[in-house]
Ligand binder design. Structure first.
Ligand code: UD1
Length: 417
């Protein structure tokens, strides 16, 4: 099994180009069931994307990938299998996003329940709640969601009891093919959802967003060919921002839109990190005498849960006690025992981690437990004394495109072994 070896304490300098967003691409790929011919640009060539493509192929979508150009072309020829099997949904929850499009276009779908995952139980009750409101009959049998709407879905007023990215996406996708108007309230409005909406608008669906309310007017499925360029990965950008703040002689992050990184930049500035931004780039330097932080993860525009583990590494270098409260997932501190093995001083009480700093981290053999936890160990390895070896890096490959090469270009000593 592959591992990453990092020789720490090497200052980073250089430019990092940010890839397209995995979390925007996944629902857009699912949405392609609603289209006929699609060309997608700026696609991150990471494992989760290929898992979704396998699922689409199984469903009957023709897929062509141009890896080096980061382009994916999809064609729906109309011969569709409305089944998403367990083997293709179990490794990646986003597989459940084919439920809304299949049901609304083909009037039935059988999709495996995605099950739990390391960071929490992650149910799909909110997805199913919205689909039922749109008129779907849904039962759960043998680990599968069996949904049907023989006469098609109908627009409805729906209020989510809590904010969910995936449920908002599934509901939008289903509402596109429903008769009449759907109003979704208390929605997630992550930039990735706005990108999905701009893609769906190209498919002639009428969608309006105001605050947390999304209105969709259902429409016929058009057969024109469309092109779409996926937005940048703000979590990848945030990860390299933390790397820059930790050990950057000078790091320039480009191919981004800083409008979607406001909160992250504000947090880093508040800590005292030297950071300069333009509309499409950020330059960041390692800074001394950082001030402690008190952060809570929240849905966008709040601080993202997907950057919590990375920020925690920066907190180990800040004098005093910093705090992170994890509000989104119940079990998202699994990186903490690994960071502690590297010398970090962290205590967890209820949903909050208390990080005392500054601490000199020392290299160790550690184990990645999920995507963001793995990258936090990479960041820790970059500032640690000696060598850090990270096991189970298949988690990293699910979501970070060319991580080693991007860091190597900035002079990091990081090797896949
Ligand atoms: C998406 C992101 C993930 C990110 C998360 C929160 C993708 C592919 N993944 O995941 O990287 O960490 O948003 O920003 O975009 N919940 C329910 N019932 C449901 C659905 C969710 O209780 O039916 C709960 C979850 O258990 C969790 C919270 O809602 O506690 C938020 O989850 P959600 O926003 O749905 O996350 P995902 O869409 O799975």
């Amino acid at each position: 099994m592959q591992k990453l070896l990092i020789k720490g304490k090497k200052e980073l300098s250089g430019t990092i180009s940010i890839s397209g967003s995995k979390n925007a691409t996944l629902p857009i790929l699912a949405a392609s069931i609603l289209a006929t011919k699609v060309k997608l640009n700026n696609i991150p060539m990471v494992k989760d994307i290929f898992t979704m493509l396998e699922l689409l192929k199984f469903i009957g979508i023709k897929v062509k990938v141009q890896k080096s150009n980061k382009i994916i072309e999809l064609k729906n020829t109309g011969t569709i299998n409305t089944l998403a099997p367990y083997k293709l949904v179990k490794t990646m929850r986003a597989g459940v996003l084919v439920l809304g499009p299949l049901l609304t276009k083909y009037k039935k779908a059988k999709v495996s329940l995605p099950g739990g995952c390391a960071i929490g139980t992650r149910p799909v009750d909110l997805h199913l709640f919205a689909l039922k409101k749109l008129g779907a009959n849904i039962k759960i049998k043998d680990g599968y969601i069996i949904a049907e709407a023989q006469k098609g879905l109908n627009g409805a007023n729906i209020k989510f009891s809590s904010i969910s990215v995936g449920a908002t996406e599934n509901a939008i996708l289903a509402a596109c093919g429903a008769k009449g108007r759907t109003v979704l309230n208390n929605c997630a409005v992550e930039p990735e959802i706005l990108d999905l909406i701009s893609y769906l608008k190209k498919l002639n669906f009428k969608i309006k967003v105001s605050d947390r309310k999304i209105t969709i007017i259902g429409n016929k499925f058009v057969s024109k060919k469309i092109n779409h360029k996926v937005i940048f990965d703000r979590i990848e950008a945030g990860t390299y921002l933390v790397a820059g703040a930790l050990i950057g002689e000078k790091i320039i992050i480009k191919q981004i839109n800083t409008k979607f990184l406001k909160y992250e930049v504000r947090v880093l500035k508040k800590a005292g990190v030297k950071i300069y931004k333009t509309k499409n780039s950020i330059t960041i330097f390692k800074s001394k005498n950082l001030k402690n932080l008190n952060i809570s993860t929240k849905p966008f525009p709040g601080f993202p849960t997907d950057l919590q583990a990375q920020l925690m590494v920066l907190m180990t270098q800040i004098k005093g006690i910093s705090k992170i409260k994890e509000n989104i997932f119940e079990n998202r501190f699994m990186h903490v025992p690994e960071l502690k093995r590297m010398g970090a001083k962290i205590k967890i009480k209820n949903k909050t981690a208390y990080i005392s700093g500054p601490t000199n981290l020392t290299g160790a053999e550690v184990m990645a437990t999920d995507l963001r936890a793995s990258v936090c160990l990479v960041l820790a390895g970059l500032i640690a004394n000696n060598r850090t070896i990270i096991n189970r890096i298949y988690h990293l490959d699910r979501g970070y495109e060319n991580l080693e090469n991007k860091l190597k270009k900035c002079k990091a000593q990081i090797y896949r072994i």
